[in-house]
Design a protein around this ligand. Structure first.
Ligand code: HEM
Length: 260
């Protein structure tokens, strides 16, 4: 097996997964206030109201499709009575509709970002990198589906014999790079583009995908804090006081020193 096969289908996906987790951890530790969509709705909302739901709802179905196609082995779908040709239709028709929604939504978001001056000016360098890599993953996935499944004959390309078992094995450290060697180029490009956007994900505004407001369910409606009795040396603008949460800070505040 040659060096490139080993690298692209053995090492690269794991490097991307590692970059993802390191990035999430780093971002969480250093930039929780920047963990946001950096919404530009204030600059333009008409196009955003159309393109954003189209893109996000399309992505929801694309993700469901990926989980079905990549995680569930063929034997399982057969066992519940779904034949292979039926599976092919179930995957291809909604998959293509979802891809069309994602591509249209993405194009709308991109157009708005370039044409609306205020939105353009609020676009950072990391946004530009993100648009390129996300666009590559979306376009290559759509090209792979349309060229091999829609126009690839009655049965299409059966990625559940190659890409899906390769990925499941890879994720349990059972590397079989050779399984990917004869996969059509469209899918090779797409899998590499997919892992690349996974690698850069946490370093961009895409982190907002992992900020479900789960804590809202259990948190109190309003958070009250009682004033620490020992912190008697309060200046008039209490809001500017440093947070007193460290033992040494609390101890220092017991011996008042004005202007500290
Ligand atoms: C976050 C990264 C990714 C994005 C944005 C993405 C996007 C897409 C899109 C838009 C499609 C076409 C619509 C569809 O059939 O669902 C697609 C298809 C596909 N993608 Fe991805 N993808 C990503 C990552 C991956 C990865 C990592 C793999 C495999 C390891 C993969 C494997 C596939 C396969 C096998 C199809 C064809 C599905 C079918 O035709 O039934 N994708 N992808």
């Amino acid at each position: 097996m040659d060096y490139f096969t080993n690298f692209f289908w053995g090492a690269f996906p794991w490097l991307a997964i590692a970059a993802f987790f390191v990035g999430i951890f780093w971002r969480w530790r250093t930039d929780q206030f920047g963990w946001t969509t950096h919404s530009s709705q204030i600059y333009e909302s008409r196009l955003l109201r159309l393109s954003s739901p189209l893109f996000h709802w399309g992505m929801v179905f694309v993700i469901i499709g990926h989980l079905m196609g990549l995680a569930i082995p063929k034997d399982w779908t057969r066992a519940v009575g779904i034949s292979d040709p039926a599976y092919h239709l179930i995957a291809t028709i909604p998959g293509t509709i979802a891809a069309a929604a994602v591509v249209l939504g993405f194009a709308g978001l991109l157009y708005r970002r370039i044409v609306n001056k205020s939105v353009f000016l609020s676009t950072s360098r990391s946004d530009k990198v993100m648009y390129v890599f996300l666009g590559a993953a979306i376009l290559s996935g759509t090209i792979a589906t349309v060229s091999t499944q829609v126009f690839g004959g009655p049965h299409g390309y059966d990625y559940r014999e190659t890409i899906s078992p390769w990925l499941r094995d890879l994720l349990v450290f059972n590397l079989h790079p050779e399984t990917m060697a004869d996969v059509p180029w469209q899918f090779k490009v797409h899998v590499l583009a997919g892992f690349t956007i996974i690698a850069v994900w946490p370093y961009t505004r895409l982190v907002h995908a992992f900020s479900a407001p789960v804590g809202y369910v259990t948190r109190p409606y309003v958070v009250y804090r009682s004033r620490d009795q020992r912190a008697t040396d309060m200046r008039s603008h209490t809001a500017w006081e440093p947070v007193r949460n460290h033992r040494s800070q609390l101890d220092k505040s017991e011996t008042p020193s004005h202007g500290a």
